[in-house]
Design a protein around this ligand. Structure first.
Ligand SMILES: *[C@@H]1O[C@H](CO)[C@@H](O)[C@H](O)[C@H]1NC(C)=O
Ligand SMILES: *[C@@H]1O[C@H](CO)[C@@H](O)[C@H](O)[C@H]1NC(C)=O
Ligand SMILES: *[C@@H]1O[C@H](CO)[C@@H](O)[C@H](O)[C@H]1NC(C)=O
Ligand SMILES: *[C@@H]1O[C@H](CO)[C@@H](O)[C@H](O)[C@H]1NC(C)=O
Length: 905
């Protein structure tokens, strides 16, 4: 939920507009950069270490760090690492226990001089600058050396390295496309906008506030050059920063830490994400059930509300896997408690038991703030005993205020936080056997600002009653700090400079374990809580954990899913959600969704219907809204129920495909929901497609994103596409097509070349799991065509998600066809799980088969009964049914239209 900043957000929008319009005017006397004093090249040819000194000291933004050391090295054939820091004393860096990685010096390339090496590094000695070049094309990808002929657009400074201000720029070509850098809501679509500053500072700012820094921080971008060659750049730094994306330069302005760059050679978008997630952590596999549909709201007042909702879904015949509780379940908003009246423990236990018996799940919210307002609160007592709370600059537990009133924040960097949090999770799990945890408000959100706060017993009466949206006024007495951390010399463009970086969050001078300053670690709070929560869940449940976090950072995907935060029930937010979920996938957090039908504000029937249709294809599909808004469960309106049944029906049939995509994500980082250019990078038009997306490489979702429409203009990259509802065909040379989209319909197509595993729709994913499989084989139109696909299945809850004997099944499918004949084979890499479960492939739909076959064999046995064969000329579809093929065994199916002709070929 949000910190109701509705009123100020209009002011903010205005301020942001004004700020965006003002050019960078403050770039005065930042010196003349650095000169190289000494240079040592590694003997293995993998890079160099050099010492740099500042050429001319300046005072702007504080004193320079006089002496720097740069280590530049190939980490791998496709990855280059450039690390620049103070050579005489250590500076803050993202801790290795949060984000494990080799240090610049530890890295050593195996091969002396690898012929596979894709990038090349060069430098200038004075002023110092470095450049990264793609060897294959000679193209410069990053170049921090000021251009010989600077444009008038913005000053291009040589590198600046001060105590609290780092600046470095790269030259950019004007006609490349940049993606990434988050988290923010982007009305302009996916592509980064030239001339705009992107600010990174984890903030509880509602996601409907566009073009400002939101909950997460990702200093990572992808650069698609002309022709489609793509590379990635990560600045691994957790401090606040502005990234200015200009016409012909990109400038980082960072208020601490070090310059720690990783360059990923790609050259495809998927390869970039593979290389990036290899470094920062592969996405965590999520339980199979989490791909089912989720219902949540803030304002389910009591356990009977939840029961009603689950019942109503069933009555309306709409799939539902998981029911959620927001803070309503807690007693006085305290973590790990149940309201004794509204959420009676026994009733809740029975309810969860029933859910589990029906193959459904229960997920609960937790906020990081631990209430200090009540006696005998065991979670607080144990936290105090372990001394794991954040400390203010005077060494006392740091007091803040969130939903339960006054709170202490756990320090998730503290070595004992782990065991303390696990104990709390275990104790509560023993009361309520929940299936996953939702960690909210972890930017961290604070209703007060200040480094030293206190409260009186009177101020507490405000919190005696159940939470509602009005109790987020600060009632603590706080002193705001004025140190160089509270008020750093360079002010990032935090929420359009409306607020200072310590506003409504943990004060900048607060200390984490080992003296780490909140100023440095702020953007890591959500990541550190995700890590500890994922571990606790794993320990307690002994199953694959499901964690959903609002605040995220580079590497969060290895621990958590994400939702895009507090959007609003508007057509704009429906539309913008596409870019938001695609971006999360690019950041390495592929399990992502937006609140379906909108969180804040009242939704409408038409909006909710279209949103259920689109949201049915978010990787993480959850309907959620705020307290005080009208109910928006899909069964509330018959039209929404109808479109939900239709869209979720397809989602549930696609579960084997979605689960296989999750498997691929865990192996290679490949996003589940992708931009069109991921599959068609050579098609320039795809770079500007903002309101369609792909699930995997070739299932394309083309939603209606505006009111009053019964058609949608959708872009179709080159090739043949089949509608997954009725198998009608579109053949495109790369253009827009106008598709019928009546109220109950969303357009979902599969591209030629794909074999899609599907199952039958049911009301829960658990029921889908044992239904017969269908393979959709999509052939193109040429006289010879091929298709391929994959299927991964396991029990959906084991901690590992791997191809291994005994507990999973992985099958690869290949198909080819000529004019009159064709074949489809399944090759089983590991088959045990499917065999043990008796999973069966019953149907095959061959799309793009232009002649009715008269001879079909399954594993060399001719199918003689015509009832198993159905040829439909209109979509040129051959359907083979009643196959009885075991999913865990190799098989081969052949067909031909004329046996003699084939034999004589
Ligand atoms: C893109 O920029 C490059 C170099 O600036 C130039 O050679 C090329 O012609 C440009 N292409 C287009 C389509 O503008
Ligand atoms: C709590 O709310 C009830 C009803 O709204 C009110 O009568 C009562 O005084 C409130 N208690 C406190 C301590 O504010
Ligand atoms: C939403 O609808 C309810 C009930 O009609 C109304 O009380 C409330 O003011 C509405 N909220 C907004 C933001 O329009
Ligand atoms: C599959 O098994 C059923 C029942 O045993 C049988 O009727 C059907 O003909 C079989 N299908 C094929 C293709 O052999």
């Amino acid at each position: 939920m949000e910190m109701k900043r509705l009123l100020v957000s209009f002011v903010l929008l205005w301020l942001a507009t004004v700020a965006a319009a003002a050019p960078f005017a403050i770039l005065k006397s930042l010196g003349r950069g650095h000169r190289m004093k000494s240079l040592y090249e590694f003997e293995d040819g993998s890079g160099f270490v050099a010492d740099l000194e500042v050429i001319q000291h300046t005072d702007t933004y504080g004193p320079d760090v006089g002496a720097l050391r740069i280590i530049a090295r190939y980490n791998a054939d496709e990855q280059m690492h450039v690390h620049i820091t103070d050579s005489s004393s250590s500076r803050w860096e993202v801790p290795r226990d949060l984000l494990p990685r080799p240090s610049a010096l530890e890295t050593s390339l195996q091969a002396q001089s690898s012929p596979q090496r894709q990038l090349q590094l060069s430098y200038t000695a004075e002023p110092f600058g470095f450049a990264v070049t793609r060897i294959a094309t000679g193209e410069t990808l990053f170049n921090s050396t000021p251009p010989a002929h600077p444009s008038e657009e913005a000053a291009f400074n040589s590198m600046v390295f001060k105590e609290q201000y780092l600046e470095i720029s790269t030259q950019l070509p004007r006609n490349n496309s940049l993606f990434g850098i988050g988290e923010s809501t982007r009305p302009d679509g996916l592509r980064l906008t030239r001339g705009r500053t992107y600010t990174l500072w984890a903030t509880d700012m509602a996601a409907y506030t566009v073009d400002v820094d939101l909950y997460g921080a990702y200093p990572f971008y992808m650069d698609v050059r002309e022709g489609g060659a793509t590379h990635g750049v990560l600045l691994l730094n957790s401090n606040g920063m502005d990234i200015y994306v200009g016409q012909d330069l990109l400038t980082y302005r960072v208020i601490g830490g070090v310059l720690d760059f990783y360059f990923f050679a790609g050259p495809t978008p998927l390869a970039v994400i593979d290389q990036y997630t290899k470094l920062v952590g592969r996405p965590a596999p999520m339980p199979y059930w989490s791909l089912g549909f989720h219902q949540c709201r803030w304002g389910y007042d009591n356990i009977d509300d939840l029961k009603d909702v689950v019942e109503s879904y069933k009555k309306a015949n709409i799939p539902l896997d998981t029911i959620w509780n927001d803070i309503d379940y807690m007693e006085a908003c305290k973590d790990f408690t149940l309201d004794p009246i509204r959420y009676d423990e026994k009733k809740v236990r029975n309810f969860v038991k029933e859910l589990h018996a029906n193959g459904q799940q229960y997920v609960l919210i937790l906020d990081p703030g631990i209430s200090v307002a009540y006696k005998d609160y065991i979670t607080l007592e144990r936290g105090l005993k372990e001394n794991i709370f954040l400390k203010n600059e005077f060494g006392n537990n740091y007091l803040a205020q969130v939903w339960p009133g006054p709170v202490y924040f756990p320090d998730f960097l503290h070595p004992k936080a782990d065991s303390w949090w696990t104990t709390e999770v275990r104790d509560f799990f023993n009361k309520v056997p929940f299936d996953g945890l939702w960690i909210d408000m972890n930017e961290a959100s604070n209703f007060c600002s200040g480094n030293q706060c206190s409260f009186t017993p009177e101020s507490l009466t405000v919190f005696a009653n159940k939470s509602d949206s009005s109790n987020n006024e600060c009632v603590l007495q706080c002193v705001e700090g004025a140190s160089r951390f509270d008020d750093p010399p360079y002010k990032i463009d935090h929420v359009g400079k409306y607020s200072s970086i310590g506003d409504k969050t943990i004060a900048m001078t607060v200390k984490h374990w080992n003296g780490v300053l909140e100023y440095d670690a702020h953007n890591l709070y959500g990541l550190s809580e995700s890590i500890v929560t994922q571990k606790a869940l794993t320990t307690v449940t002994q199953k694959r954990p499901f964690v959903l976090s609002r605040s995220t950072f580079v590497g969060s995907g290895a621990h958590t899913a994400h939702w895009t935060g507090d959007n609003k029930a508007t057509w704009e937010d429906l539309k913008y959600s596409v870019a938001s979920i695609i971006n999360s996938g690019m950041f390495g957090v592929p399990m992502v969704g937006a609140d379906i039908c909108g969180f804040a504000g009242n939704t409408t029937e038409e909006l909710c219907s279209r949103w259920m249709q689109m949201g049915a294809f978010y990787p993480f599909s959850r309907n959620h809204n705020a307290i005080g808004t009208i109910p928006q469960e899909p069964y509330i309106w018959e039209s929404v129920a109808e479109s939900s049944r239709k869209a979720l029906g397809l989602r549930y049939r696609l579960l084997p495909h979605l689960y296989t995509l999750m498997f691929e994500a865990a192996r290679s980082g490949a996003p589940i929901a992708r931009a069109l250019f991921f599959s068609f990078p050579e098609d320039h038009n795809t770079l500007a497609i903002d309101h369609q997306f792909l699930l995997g490489s070739s299932v394309m979702v083309s939603p209606v994103v505006a009111p009053g429409h019964t058609t949608v203009d959708a872009y179709f990259p080159k090739g043949t596409w089949y509608n997954l509802f009725d198998f009608t065909k579109i053949t495109s040379t790369g253009e827009k097509h106008t598709l019928a989209a009546p109220a109950d319909t969303i357009n979902v197509h599969v591209h030629e070349g794909q074999i899609l595993p599907m199952q039958e729709s049911r009301l829960t994913s658990a029921e889908v799991k044992s239904t017969p499989f269908t393979l959709i084989v999509a052939f193109g139109e040429s006289s010879y065509a091929t298709a391929s696909g994959k299927l991964f299945v396991d029990n959906g809850v084991d901690q590992e998600m791997e191809v291994r004997d005994g507990s999973s099944t992985f099958v690869q499918y290949f198909a080819e066809r000529s004019s009159y004949a064709g074949s489809l084979v399944g090759r089983v890499i590991s088959g045990d799980y499917a065999l043990a479960q008796g999973l069966v492939l019953q149907n095959i739909k061959l799309l793009g088969v232009s002649h009715s076959p008269n001879f079909v064999t399954v594993n060399n046995n001719r199918i003689s009964s015509p009832k198993h064969l159905n040829y439909d000329k209109k979509p040129s579809c051959l359907e083979i049914s009643g196959l009885n093929v075991t999913v865990g065994r190799d098989f081969e199916i052949n067909w031909h239209a004329d046996g003699l002709r084939l034999a004589s070929q």
